[in-house]
Design a protein. Sequence first.
Length: 150
Amino acid sequence: MIRVQQEPFDAGRELTAFKAGKTHVGGTALFVGTVRDRNEGQGVSAMTLEHYPGMTEKALAGIEAEARARWPLDDVLIIHRHGRMLPGEDIVLVLTSSSHREAAFAACQFLMDWLKTKAPFWKLEEGQGDPRWVDARESDDVAARRWSGT
């Protein structure tokens, strides 16, 4: 399941709902991404994520489908926020579940690596001076490339 939304989410509540009634699941992995107050040595007072509705959901559905094709997953939940957020606010939640922990861990990490590099979001940071658009990091590209041979 994919949700792209402006509203904050409660990771604990989402986890409880995600696991409800799934007594056959042996492992659930969770990742929460949060707005930091610093990036590349500069202070960050706010971050705005922009996206194109429809295009974003389609791209995220493709990323989810790729994870489901690679691992024996019981379920997947991706919640990605857009709009203006402050340091300490959560941006993204990824939950994966499987019969065994290895698949849940690997799929969760894969999803985050691909979300960072393939999801069509544009990040504008506010801080000292003029707002600045944030380019993709080489380290994110390196992390995503390791899944090319999987």
